[in-house]
Design a protein. Structure first.
Lengths: 111, 116
């Protein structure tokens, strides 16, 4: 059974640009969550989607947004990129209380 | 608000020996889930072990076991017979089952080095 797939694996963008990251969850998983991982702040929750609805949102500026499609695939978008947005962005899907299954992440570098 | 603390930024263990990673948390809830995740250099977070707070029995998964002390709000991970492949960042995580969300709160992680 396929795992959680995140694309692209690596991305380099310039300050001020916008970026879209994609996440395909495990088949049958309706919950998709996004986390930002940096050396200084650790793993910080961005948002969670369940059946195309945002169920929870972390403490990030409005430049960070996301959505979920009817097939449970999710995208997150960051507009007006800043140097501080450089991070590993992790997507995780879940069926229930068993725990997350994570993707391998997208490494975003803003220059 | 719930918090998760991992007070050991880095630990080392000799191959085949046993090591214990510490995790404490703070919550006012009586029911919740606790997890340990492993993140090797490949970056993918891998679920190591899970514990439901209402279960008194400590969870075990092969060489991995936990010492869950609910009253002390402590959730340590014991790795027995350490192997080179165990070298990774280990994160402790908390999840509330009552909030209607699968949001996790992670600790800052412990880097485990395994010495040959």
């Amino acid at each position: 059974k396929a795992g959680v797939t995140q694309t692209p694996r690596y991305l380099i963008k310039t300050r001020g640009q916008q970026v879209t990251l994609s996440c395909s969850p495990i088949s049958g998983h309706r919950s998709v969550s996004w986390y930002q991982q940096t050396p200084g702040q650790g793993l910080q929750f961005l948002f969670e989607y369940f059946s195309e609805t945002q169920r929870n949102k972390g403490n990030f500026p409005g430049r960070f947004s996301g959505r979920q499609f009817s097939n449970s695939r999710s995208e997150m978008n960051v507009s007006t990129l800043e140097l501080g947005d450089s991070a590993l962005y992790l997507c995780a899907s879940s069926l229930g209380a068993g725990g997350y299954t994570f993707g391998s992440g997208t490494r975003l570098t803003v220059v | 608000a719930q918090t998760v603390t991992q007070s050991q930024p880095e630990m080392s263990v000799q191959e085949a020996e046993t090591v214990t990673l510490s995790c404490t948390y703070d919550t006012s809830e009586s029911d919740y889930y606790l997890f340990w995740y492993k993140q090797p250099p490949s970056r993918q977070m891998i679920l190591v072990i899970r514990q439901e707070a209402y279960k008194q029995q400590n969870a075990t998964e092969n060489r991995f076991s936990v010492n869950f002390q609910k009253a002390a709000k402590s959730f340590s991970l014991k790795i027995s017979d350490s192997q080179l492949g165990d070298a990774a960042m280990y994160f402790c995580a908390y999840r509330s089952p009552t909030s209607g969300t699968y949001k996790y709160i992670f600790g800052t992680g412990t880097r485990l080095k395994v010495l040959a």
